[in-house]
Design a protein around this ligand. Structure first.
Ligand code: EPZ
Length: 416
């Protein structure tokens, strides 16, 4: 099994272009199932998860072809089944996002129940509540969920939690429903706005994305269109964390600064200088790090997908930091691995209490999910000696060439 090796101590210098957002590309590719003609997507990131959803689309009868790196042609004119296989949905929870589009386009969808994953149980009750409110009959059995409705009917749906996936699945299904759908307490992440913009470009009528109340007026059909995916705010945040840990000066290009406000604010509290420059950010890590408190919240709060990375940075920040994870019930697996590197962290319920130490020491550690994997690499950048990160398939799901990009910035890092 390949591992990533990091010898700590080098600072980072140079420029990084941020890729298209994984958590935008996945729902948008699922949404292409709603369209009856060719789509041309730009800035699609080259990630394992993108490959997985492309395999899933092809199994459904969709024509998928990469015209060049980052540019994907998708034609969903002929969908020849409404069933998705277990092995692909097990691999990636986001596969469940094809349920809403299939149900709306063909009146039926039979999708394998997504397995749990390391960061929590990941229920889908809010997705199903939405489909049933739109008039679908939903049955569960043999590890599959089946939803049927000759034609969906617009409805008012309140989400008990502003679930990103449920908001996306319901929004997609509602685009072809009869009448108007209102989603209350909707998720407001930038990726929701990106999906709504794509749907509207394909002929849908979605209003209010980015707020907690989204109104979708159903239309008869959606057509293929051209669309460019927004930059990945979590990839950008991950490189900010890398500069915080290793020190140095790095220019990030292709960044939507507005999407990173909570991340920028927090890392400035920790002592990183972050300046808006050109189409991105100049990140400078040249001061000792100071402890701070972090609480993950739905957007526009501090993103849960950046929690592992900032936790890694705070392990060597002077003072006591408190990191509270309010989104997932089990997203501190990276803490035990950081403790193997001499971090001083105590888990207390949904919070991690971190006592900063002068320096971590390199060790053998394992990634438990993609963000935890990135966090361990970040910890290795500043650690004394070599850190060996295993289970790096998690990292490849959400980061394209993390090792190559960090090497280009001067990190002493390799994979073998
Ligand atoms: C999306 O997952 C992201 N994935 C996750 O990113 C991200 O961490 C998460 O949103 C939160 O921002 C993609 O966009 C592909 P949720 P999703 O539904 O949609 C509960 C990464 O690292 N919930 O907002 O699955 C759930 O248990 C990944 O890129 C229900 O209770 O997240 C969790 O506690 C990890 N019932 C909370 O909501 C439901 O029906 C947030 O889940 C659905 C969710």
């Amino acid at each position: 099994m390949e591992k990533i090796y990091v010898r700590g101590g080098n600072t980072l210098q140079g420029t990084i272009k941020i890729d298209g957002a994984k958590n935008s590309a996945l729902p948008i590719l699922a949404a292409s199932l709603l369209t009856s003609g060719p789509n041309l997507f730009e800035d699609v990131p080259a990630l394992e998860d993108v490959n997985t959803i492309c395999q899933l689309l092809e199994q459904l009868g969709v024509e998928v072809s990469w015209l060049k790196p980052g540019t994907l042609r998708i034609d969903a004119a002929h969908i020849n089944t409404c069933e998705t296989p277990y092995e692909l949905v097990r691999k990636m929870r986001a596969s469940f996002l094809v349920m809403g589009p299939l149900l709306a386009r063909n009146g039926r969808a039979r999708v394998s129940l997504p397995g749990g994953c390391n960061i929590g149980t990941r229920p889908i009750d809010l997705h199903l509540k939405g489909f049933m409110a739109l008039g679908a009959e939903v049955v569960m059995g043999h590890g599959y969920i089946e939803a049927m409705a000759p034609r969906l009917t617009g409805s008012r749906i309140y989400l008990d939690f502003p679930s990103v996936g449920a908001t996306e699945n319901i929004m997609m299904a509602a685009t072809l429903a009869q009448g108007t759908t209102i989603i209350e307490n909707a998720a407001a992440e930038p990726e929701i706005v990106d999906l709504a913009n794509y749907l509207n470009a394909a002929g849908a009528n979605v209003r209010g994305a980015g707020t907690s109340l989204i109104r979708i007026t159903g239309v008869e059909a959606l057509t293929g269109t051209n669309y460019t995916v927004i930059p990945d705010r979590i990839e950008a945040g991950t490189y900010i964390a890398a500069v915080a840990a290793a020190g140095g000066q790095v220019q990030l290009t292709n960044v939507v600064v507005d999407h990173l406000k909570p991340v920028i604010a927090k890392f400035e509290e920790v002592g990183v200088t972050i300046l808006e420059q050109g189409d991105g950010l100049l990140v400078i890590g040249n001061k000792p790090l100071s402890a701070t408190d972090v609480k993950t919240l739905p957007y526009p709060g501090f993103p849960t997908d950046m929690q592992a990375q900032i936790t890694a940075v705070l392990t060597t920040a002077r003072g006591i930091s408190l990191v509270t994870e309010t989104i997932f019930e089990n997203r501190f697996m990276h803490v035990d691995e950081l403790k193997r590197m001499n971090a001083k962290v105590k888990i207390d319920g949904r919070s991690a209490v971190i006592e900063g130490v002068p320096r971590l020491t390199g060790a053998q550690v394992n990634a438990s999910d993609l963000r935890a994997g990135a966090a361990l690499v970040i910890a290795g950048l500043a650690a004394e000696g070599v850190t060996e990160v295993g289970n790096i398939h998690h990292i490849d799901r959400g980061y394209h060439d993390l090792v190559g990009k960090l090497r280009a910035l001067g990190a002493d890092i390799w994979r073998e």
